[in-house]
Write a protein that binds this ligand. Structure first.
Ligand code: ADP
Ligand code: MG
Length: 328
């Protein structure tokens, strides 16, 4: 790229709240064929709120509040956004927090601690089942909440299910239009999340995404990106080679809409906000970080969307096209 056209592109990006780290990313963005979107904090606001709470023993004898105390005591040690939602909810109920001992977090699964000499475990149904805890409770609540796109959090005390929470996280107002615009440009849009399948499907259907990777553990996200890239690694050589090919191929055009799933070596972009997303952002051919997300995600990315507005991806791709046109 001529330094001038890249400077113009980078400048226009900045004016639009898009920070582009290097010339290569700007030149590559128009060649992306697939865009992988994290759910929580990327498609959604990332500000979850507890909307529902039920207990096995109902509300008699202040049962709910007693259980909530145990839950909050453990969750206040966690940095997960869901933990923050639970702690805020507990505060609003004016319940005080006892001390928790032996706190442990299990990435992608949940948390545990000992409160008042009882082992309290909070997390996904899958995790509690792995711990041999019977989760055949609350089938109706679970189904209803998940169909509404809520994350369902299971609560066990001393190895027995005691309660269930429904936590909602609204879509960003820009998500629907941004996904539609990306699909219109011919990109395959994919959702990647650690959340449960039913919840992920409910959110995906609200934005018309058909390709979903759900219940992906934090350390597996990078492997998903790699497999979508056809198993190749991202390295500077691949990126430079790709640039040369684009410049050579004057007839480059976007793939047709809803083209079949990943062909090896097609360029894959990833958009994310969390610490968990950082390795995947680094692996992707172009990594987009949500500017309101964690510093680690921003550091691992190539392009930062300052306000977190997903329309910024569309703008970045258009800028990339314009930059390449100026180069030729
Ligand atoms: P995401 O990719 O949606 O941000 P994570 O991989 O961080 O999700 O976590 C996956 C799932 O593990 C969450 O949807 C939640 O059900 C459960 N989980 C993780 N941390 C906690 C926690 N502190 N409290 C309750 N549940 C948790
Ligand atoms: Mg996220």
């Amino acid at each position: 790229a001529t330094p001038t056209s890249v400077m113009v592109g980078t400048g226009k990006g900045a004016e639009n709240g898009i920070l582009i780290k290097d010339a290569t990313s700007l030149e590559m963005a128009h060649k992306i064929k697939m865009i992988v979107l994290d759910k929580t904090g990327t498609l959604t606001e990332g500000k979850p709120t507890v909307t529902d709470f039920v207990t096995v023993n109902g509300t008699a004898n202040n049962n709910e509040m007693k259980l909530l105390q145990l839950v909050a005591a453990v969750e206040r040690n966690s940095e997960h956004p869901l933990a923050e939602a639970i702690v805020n909810y507990t505060r609003s109920q004016q319940v005080n927090f006892p001390e928790a001992k032996d706190f442990q977090a299990f990435a992608g699964s949940g948390v545990q601690g000992v409160v008042k000499n009882q082992l309290v475990q909070i997390g996904t149904q899958r995790w509690l089942e792995e711990l041999s805890i019977n989760t055949s409770y609350f089938q109706q609540y679970k189904a209803t909440w998940e169909a509404a796109g809520k994350t369902v959090v299971w609560i066990a005390v001393e190895g027995k299910i005691e309660g269930l929470m429904g936590i909602a996280d609204a879509l960003k107002p820009s998500s629907q239009d941004a996904v539609k615009a990306l699909q219109k440009m011919g990109l395959e849009v994919v959702m990647l999340t650690g959340d449960n399948r039913q919840t992920a499907e409910a959110i995906a259907s609200q934005v018309n995404i058909n390709n979903i990777f759900a219940q992906v553990r934090p350390d597996e996200k990078v492997a998903v990106i790699k497999s979508l890239q056809g198993g190749r690694g991202r390295d500077k050589e691949t990126r430079r080679q790709g640039d040369k090919e684009t410049r050579r191929n004057k007839n480059f055009s976007f793939p047709t809409p809803h083209s079949p799933l990943p062909t090896p070596h097609s360029l894959v972009a990833m958009v994310g906000d969390g610490i968990n997303d950082a390795p995947a952002l680094a692996q992707a051919d172009v990594g987009f970080a949500i500017g309101t997300g964690t510093d680690i995600a921003i550091a691992a990315s190539d392009i930062t969307l300052i306000s977190g507005d997903l329309q910024g991806i569309v703008t970045a791709i258009k800028l990339s096209r314009a930059t390449i046109r100026n180069i030729r």
